[in-house]
Design a protein around this ligand. Structure first.
Ligand code: ADP
Ligand code: MG
Length: 627
């Protein structure tokens, strides 16, 4: 037996390991299973290339066993194993220097918990949870097995062992603070979290399975005991798209998110090996308007080892609403988020993902437009958000972003422009796009616009005011106007001058009369000579102010504090309407006021603004009028 000192320059590194990695102790298991997997895959490779003469690769499994009484956790593999020399080299020297380097690099930034525990510490992370660690290992080479043991001080012992089977057993003597890792449920939870898709089968105990035996007539249900294999060693993303059916993709979605009952809308298979390596499958889930609710996230893997479900910085922000997996050995994992954003490779990955998603959307649009239109409502939030946040995506989305009308006709922007250019272009050659945000609430305005031959879009996603702002600035001579933001004649000004039935003097009298009755703190009276069929009173809310308020409320735009401003309304009075003439001509002031109040309430009613006491008064007055 030999004993020795592990080469330490940082005195007593184990307490440091324990301290620095306090928050993330659980990653030790992922590290040890990764090592066991590496050792098994190395053996596979060596047998494949004929460098392991006489070795039977077989069907190796990795096994995790809990010895509750002995307070030990065992991790066993049937991989390449190590000779005593290799233990000396890889464990005492190399692995240690790896751990040392890791701590050296991160001891100042240890407070940034984002960097902690993301690979690199390797084998020595075992000391986070164990007082003592043993390795019993037999190389595939014809050499005696070795037994290494270390109690967390820089001293270790290394002696021969009589182990005969090829492979490695790691024994952790779990420390008093870490007894949770002797619980079956806890270990199973960790194995599922980190190793669910690792490439070598991982066995953890056994489980009961029912099996039908015998012929059809006298078939029997029988309970049999089988190995409890934690992982699926060949997850869908490691396969070729050509080898997968739609059903396979859906099954994999269920495998990833067992608690999701809604099916994904469609998937995107990522597969690239130059200039970086990346595979994965992204799914578009059905999204609601609430962009905050999201618990099932995209999972990041490195060679089938789970790393994190925080893909911020790697996946463009608007796509973090998607689900699925990304696997790449080229994403640096030991670094802080701010570093990630500056990393060239990561930027390329993010751009690649954006491009793939845009291409997929475009091909779905081209291949089956009807289906795409049906899905539009469920995916528009992601697309609109992407158009706002990624210039490249905005450009690509030109080809598939849809603008539905209130009657469910879906146009691309180009189609829309073509369709409405004659009717909607005003005298200054500006294309005015009318929209509604709520079909019911703005019904009277919509139907008025439709009666006059205008198209009205339905723009009802939460960030749509930002998107319109963006479209207005990136395209020439267009503007969006909500149907209730002014009278149609003002929204789309044509050359023809409307002739007013009232002369200037009458207009003055009318204005004074109205302002005496209508509360000026609520409405600004605006006299207009409109079509005599247009309603006498219409309440409008100027586009600019309302949109700024909306943008300020959804963040990132508008003006600071705008969302607290009181609502502003105009009262458009159609001086050409018969009823308005009647207001002027009525004999008594009381009759005039009754006409004005009744008309104002009707206008409020169409805008959904008549409530409470005012509504009660209106109803009463209406009965009086008809009795
Ligand atoms: P890394 O895995 O990044 O190389 P580790 O500290 O996890 O660093 O492991 C150090 C080395 O110890 C490995 O590179 C490998 O040579 C050896 N090793 C660790 N675990 C095993 C194992 N189960 N079987 C064979 N070799 C192992
Ligand atoms: Mg390792």
């Amino acid at each position: 037996m030999t004993t020795g000192n592990i080469n330490v320059s940082v005195e007593n590194i184990f307490p440091l390991i324990k301290k620095f990695l306090y928050s993330d102790h659980e990653i030790f298991l992922r590290e040890l299973i990764s090592n066991a997997t590496d050792a098994t895959l190395k053996l596979k490779h060596l047998t494949n290339i004929g460098e392991a003469a006489g070795v039977e690769y077989g069907d190796p499994v990795i096994e995790v066993k809990i010895d509750k009484e002995g307070k030990k956790l065992h991790i066993l593999d049937q991989g390449v194993g190590m000779t005593a020399d290799e233990v000396q080299k890889y464990i005492n020297e190399v692995a240690f220097s790896g751990a040392e380097e890791f701590l050296e690099k991160y001891k100042d930034s240890a407070k940034d918990s984002g960097i902690i525990g993301h690979f690199g510490l390797g084998f020595y992370s075992a000391f986070m949870v164990a007082d003592k660690v043993e390795i019993i290992t037999k190389s595939f080479k014809d050499e005696p097995a070795a037994h290494w043991s270390c109690d967390g001080s820089p001293q270790y012992s290394l002696e021969e062992s009589d182990r005969k089977e090829r492979g490695t057993e790691i024994i952790l003597h779990i420390n008093g603070d870490s007894e949770e890792f002797l619980e079956d449920a806890r270990i199973e939870e960790l194995l599922v979290k980190y190793n669910k898709f690792m490439p070598i089968p991982i066995k953890f105990g056994t489980r009961e399975e029912s099996k039908t035996t015998g012929e059809v007539e006298d078939a029997k249900e029988e309970k049999i005991t089988v190995d409890n294999i934690i992982n699926n060693p060949e997850p869908a993303w490691t396969k070729q798209p050509a080898d997968l059916s739609d059903e396979d993709y859906k099954n994999f979605y269920r495998e990833l998110y067992p608690m999701q009952f809604e099916e994904p809308l469609f998937h995107i298979h990522l597969n690239v090996d130059y200039p970086f390596n990346l595979t994965g499958i992204l799914y578009f889930p059905k999204l609601t308007n609430d962009i905050n609710i999201q618990k099932d996230k995209i999972q990041l893997f490195q060679n089938q080892v789970f790393v994190t479900d925080n893909v911020e910085g790697i996946v463009p922000e608007f796509l973090t609403m998607l689900r699925g997996v990304i696997d790449s050995p080229d994403i640096p994992l030991n670094v802080s988020r701010s570093y990630l954003q500056a990393d060239g490779n990561v930027k390329k990955i993010s751009n690649y993902i954006t491009r793939k998603v845009a291409d997929k959307l475009k091909s779905l649009f081209n291949e089956n437009r009807e289906d795409f239109e049906q899905k539009w409502n469920d995916i528009k939030v992601v697309i609109e958000y992407g158009m706002l946040s990624e210039e490249k995506f905005f450009e690509k989305a030109e080809k598939f972003a849809l603008y539905p009308t209130v009657d469910n006709t879906y146009y691309t922007f180009e189609e829309l422009q073509e369709k409405i250019k004659d009717q909607h272009t005003d005298k200054d050659n500006k294309l005015v796009i009318l929209y509604a945000s709520d079909k019911d609430a703005q019904h009277s305005y919509i139907s008025e616009a439709k009666d006059r031959g205008y198209e009205v879009l339905l723009m009802d996603s939460p960030i749509v005011s930002h998107l319109m702002q963006k479209l207005e600035t990136s395209k020439e001579n267009i503007s969006f106007a909500r149907v209730d933001s002014d009278s149609l004649d003002n929204l789309i000004k044509k050359d023809e001058e409307q002739i007013s039935k009232l002369n200037d003097e009458e207009k003055e009298t009318l204005k004074t009369l109205l302002e005496g009755v209508i509360p000026s703190e609520k409405f600004t009276v605006q006299l207009e000579a409109l079509d005599s069929n247009t309603a006498p009173f219409v309440i409008t809310q100027p586009e600019f102010m309302r949109r700024m308020k909306e943008m300020s409320a959804t963040g990132g735009g508008g003006m600071f504090g705008m969302s607290n401003m009181p609502e502003m309304y105009n009262l458009v009075v159609n001086t050409n309407h018969e009823l308005v003439g009647k207001m002027l001509a009525s004999k008594t002031q009381a009759k005039k006021e009754r006409l004005i109040n009744q008309s104002l309430d009707l206008a409020r009613l169409s805008q959904g603004l008549l409530k409470g006491e005012e509504l009660t008064k209106f109803v009463k007055r209406s009965y009086d009028l008809i009795k």
